[in-house]
Design a protein around this ligand. Sequence first.
Ligand code: GRF
Length: 203
Amino acid sequence: PRIVVLLSGSGTNLQALIDAQARAQLGGEIVAVISNRPAVLGLERAQKAGIETRTLDHTTFDSRAAFDTALMQQIDAFQPDLVVLAGFMRILTPAFTEHYLGKMLNIHPSLLPKYQGLHTHQRALEAGDDCHGVTVHFVTAELDGGPAAIQAVVAIEPDDTPESLAKRVQVQEHIIYPMAVNWFAQGRLSYRDGKAWLDAAPL
Ligand code: GRF
């Protein structure tokens, strides 16, 4: 299967996917990496791995719809079977999410449905939670609202800061994202009737 990765920043999750592919543990091939921000570290990581890159700067578009249309064209030129959002910090239009429904995954640093949106680590600490974590989910029109494929739980320590907690969550991100992509690539993970399915069972 052909995979296109979208990102906006440092790309540590992309790196985990690249490393899994190098170990033949991804089950698919990353054929392109597209960033909405120029000159980010994620693009450098892709180039180092010999992966094609594109930059589509959203600030040069008049509207969200115009940007999403151009982005769809760029993605579809690579004929992907799967689109992977790896720190892609853009809200997507329904036309975009509909176009890739069942074929697009995102990773979100919380135990969804808790803490959709930003500043998740800080919010978990402020709430006094004893657990936090990360979710890989199918992307639907609802921001961070699509069905989950896999979650990892991280215990919150009494002296945690948003930064220290984020670090431990990231370790888990880099484990579960390649795993979920591999399941999808093998046809084990799919989307049907608004649900994520692993093998023959709804999650
Ligand atoms: C990660 O925390 C991910 O969960 C969130 O954006 C961040 C991306 O980090 N969606 P990186 O660019 O992969 O390092």
